[in-house]
Design a protein around this ligand. Structure first.
Ligand code: FAD
Ligand code: UDP
Length: 368
């Protein structure tokens, strides 16, 4: 008999397992995939840590969480600075003075702000209610047309007018010549990859892979006093209130034999509508790799169906309302803790998932 059955060996499940085993609890962690780590998993190929489920850069403003992850592994000094390729023109991201200079020839922040105000004024948006309006009011129409509209509509498979404004607020807009994608105080990539962290977190738990909870629900029901569930919340309740929508991805990964440096950067975003992928990841650059070969992944957004991976929750009004109904059920459960990106139907970053798992632990154990 276990104290906790933890469904999902991603970050939420792993932090919970680590903290619970530290308190002497017995945990069984299961995952339907053939590896631990969930979406932060790295697959080693040609000596390179491949970010199998998409590029993962750790960043946070929270000192406690930064210290927490550094307790498991040392981080390198990687600073994320993706570039955008719009039909062969290269622009710096996030939107900053380098972007504005390349696009308009403006040199000072004052000139850049005037240009944005002029474009905003022409469209006349006061209270942005969707991603398109939000983007135009932040950076004007030129950037919206070249660097946002095509990328966003590929990424989400719907018009930017039908997407929530908060998605674009993830990106900083800066009036300095600073290409750092994040404003956070701490940032880096774990030396040796994310698996180092997860392996340490799960050291004291029993782990069973390639097991789908729903295939063996009855067997698992009696195996532990409590369940920590990090899968899709609608699936847990057999979709009684309907299906929560996601956006999925397909990664086409190739070893490039004839060069050790394919694109000179970890990420290049393809922001035009016609290129079918949104970005190319060149994995070695996360860790300043000096291997002779290089590995790239093209990231294609695809429609989500129940048979493929749920990557991004689509937090529009309808889905959020459906989620609220599931959450009401979840709140009434005595012996099940719901956590992580899928169970909370939330566009969480890693530091937020770790924070949420630590809150769940605090709630569970208090001062015990
Ligand atoms: P997951 O990692 O999804 O883990 C859930 C686990 O549960 C999975 O392994 C799944 O197989 C398992 N599972 C589900 N259902 C079942 C079942 N029925 N039975 C058994 N097992 C089950 N965050 C950042 O901070 N920085 C980034 O740069 C960043 N980049 C990202 C890029 C992409 C493309 C994506 C999709 C996310 C990115 N994130 C990033 C977010 C980050 O991946 C998540 O915050 C984090 O991995 C979520 O952890 P989790 O444990 O909630 O979920
Ligand atoms: N985005 C964009 N152009 C870019 C990069 C991002 O329009 O070159 C928009 C897009 O809508 C995306 C959102 O900004 O979904 C958030 O970008 P982020 O890089 O944070 O996305 P993630 O890494 O989570 O996929």
């Amino acid at each position: 008999m276990y104290d906790y059955l933890i469904v999902g060996a991603g970050l939420f499940g792993s932090v919970f397992a680590y903290e619970a085993t530290k308190k002497g609890k017995k945990c069984l962690v299961i995952d339907k995939r053939n590896h631990i780590g969930g979406n932060v998993y790295n697959e080693k190929k040609e000596g390179i840590n491949v970010h199998k489920y998409g590029a993962h850069i750790f960043h946070t403003n929270n000192e406690q969480i930064w210290n927490y992850v550094n307790g498991f592994v040392e981080f390198n000094r990687y600073t994320h600075s993706p570039v955008a390729n719009y039909k062969g023109e290269i622009y710096n991201l996030p939107f900053n003075m380098n972007t504005f200079n390349k696009l308009w020839g403006v040199v000072t922040p004052k000139e850049a702000k005037e240009k944005i105000e002029e474009q905003k004024g022409r469209v006349g948006i006061n209270n942005p209610t969707n991603l398109e309006e939000q983007a135009i009011s932040l950076v004007g129409t030129d950037i919206y047309e070249k660097l946002i509209k095509g990328y966003t509509e590929k990424q989400w498979g719907r018009s930017a007018k039908d997407l929530p404004a908060f998605i674009i607020k993830r990106l900083p807009v800066r009036f300095t010549y600073d290409n750092n994608y994040f404003n956070d105080k701490y940032q880096g990539i774990p030396i040796g990859g994310y698996n180092v962290i997860i392996e340490k977190m799960l050291e004291k738990s029993d782990v069973r892979l390639e097991v789908d909870y729903f295939d063996k629900k009855e067997e698992f029901e009696g195996i532990a006093h409590k369940t920590v569930y990090t899968g899709m919340i609608d699936q847990y309740y057999d979709y009684i209130y309907g299906v929560l929508e996601y956006r999925s991805l397909k990664f086409e990964t190739n070893v490039v034999e004839d060069t050790d440096n394919f694109q000179g950067n970890t990420i290049v975003n393809y922001t035009d509508r016609d290129t079918p992928y949104t970005r190319i990841i060149e994995h070695k650059h996360f860790e300043y790799g000096t291997q002779e070969k290089t590995i790239i992944s093209k990231e294609y957004p695809i429609e989500w169906k129940k048979c493929n991976e749920p990557y991004y929750p689509i937090n529009n009004q309808q889905n959020n309302e459906t989620y609220r109904k599931y959450k009401e059920l979840a709140d009434g459960e005595q012996n099940v803790i719901f956590g992580g990106r899928l169970a909370n139907y939330n566009y969480y970053d890693m530091h937020q998932v770790i924070g949420a798992a630590l809150v769940a632990i605090e709630k569970e154990f208090g001062d015990k």
